[in-house]
Ligand binder design. Structure first.
Ligand code: NAX
Length: 326
């Protein structure tokens, strides 16, 4: 029988956590043959709520769920974890600048990074969802002395999925018909959605959708979708964020199907002029279970090249803001 994989989830009682853990337990993330043990980590103030989530998980009687543990102690929560999903973080308050948020959340990721390095599996795979996710990931990875830095990733899959959703609606084809949609850079409004290498039913995006819409609306819709969801729902994206986190880990473990690569924010190796070490969303090719490499040598349009610099600059500035935590 396949040994269960241990999956630690922080912020498990939050909106995204509540949409996420049931799908992990049902097998959607790691496949239908892979049992899982869930380790739910919450702040002391929300640990009772996480216990309620654990009770509901038990009540689902998922065949693949081999156990659920709940704790507010990161040392326990990350113990022997094979997969670590860092969802919990402080939300951005009214009037708060992005740099304030970065400074507020940074210490959480120092502590969690140290606890992961000390207690998780030596080859644990980490995804950071909590915002600002690229720089939180940079902070967590900086604490790692035992776990490879390459194992620390941040989520831009929601941005990729949002772009695919827009193209699919516009071209009136199933999302599965769209391949190799790319997001470069930071999970922030400076991100660069890039359709130049994408295809719709095998044809270039430019030939399948209206050029005016692509030039004028598509990019802005993708980059501001988070805000549009808040305006419509009164709350930030949750189920779609959880779904993207499932996709990110699924593809890293089980491969990218018809796509040659997928957008993941990973430590830069210097490709495309991105300073080494920045957690930057690149096209990543999955080469085997839990193995990926940055796809190098894609030709960039002049427009993409120019915008890449803005998202690089933003991440460099974020790194400078948290320098003392690295
Ligand atoms: P919620 O406020 O609903 O839930 C967050 C949960 O995390 C709370 O239950 C809180 O108690 C817990 N928490 C906070 N600090 C913690 C810590 N140190 N250890 C353990 N648990 C902790 O937020 P939710 O809507 O679930 O969003 C979670 C994070 O995802 C936010 O930072 C949000 O900005 C970010 N997002 C990231 C996205 C992405 O694409 N990368 C998109 C969706 C989302 O905005």
């Amino acid at each position: 029988m396949t040994q269960p994989l241990r999956v630690a989830v922080t912020g498990a009682a939050g909106q995204i956590g509540y949409s996420l853990v049931f799908r992990i337990a049902s097998g959607e993330m790691l496949g239908p043959d892979q049992p899982v043990i869930l380790q739910l980590l919450e702040l002391p103030v929300a640990v009772d709520a996480a216990r309620g989530v654990a009770m509901e998980l038990t009540d689902c009687a998922f065949p693949l769920l081999a156990g659920v543990e709940v704790t507010s102690d990161p040392n326990e929560g990350f113990k022997d974890a094979d997969v670590v999903m860092l969802v919990g973080s402080k939300p951005r308050g009214p009037g708060m600048l992005r740099s304030d948020l970065i400074r507020e959340n940074g210490p959480i990721f120092v502590g969690q990074g140290k606890a992961i390095d000390a207690h998780a599996s030596a080859d644990a795979k980490v995804i950071v969802v909590g915002n600002p996710c690229n720089t939180n990931c940079l902070i967590a990875a900086a604490q790692a002395t035992r776990i490879p830095k390459k194992n620390f990733t941040a989520m831009t899959r929601l941005d990729q999925n949002r772009a695919v959703g827009q193209l699919s609606e516009k071209a009136q084809v199933a999302a599965a018909e769209i391949s190799n949609m790319l997001i470069w850079g930071n999970h922030s409004p400076t991100m660069v959605p890039d359709t130049n290498h994408a295809t719709i039913s095998g044809a270039s995006v430019g030939s399948a959708v209206d050029a005016g819409w692509l030039a004028d609306e598509f990019d802005g819709t993708v980059r501001t979708r988070g805000k549009a969801i808040i305006n419509a729902r009164g709350k930030s994206s949750a189920a779609s964020a959880a779904s993207a986190a499932i996709d990110h880990i699924h593809d890293w473990f089980l491969g990218t199907g018809d796509n040659s690569y997928v957008s993941m924010a990973v430590p830069s190796n210097g490709a495309y002029g991105v300073p080494e070490g920045l957690i930057f969303s690149f096209p990543c090719r999955v080469t085997g279970p839990w193995e990926y490499e940055i796809v190098e040598g894609l030709e960039l349009s002049a427009a993409v090249q120019e915008r890449l610099q803005a998202t690089i600059d933003e991440l460099v500035e974020e790194r400078a803001t948290v320098q003392e935590m690295l």
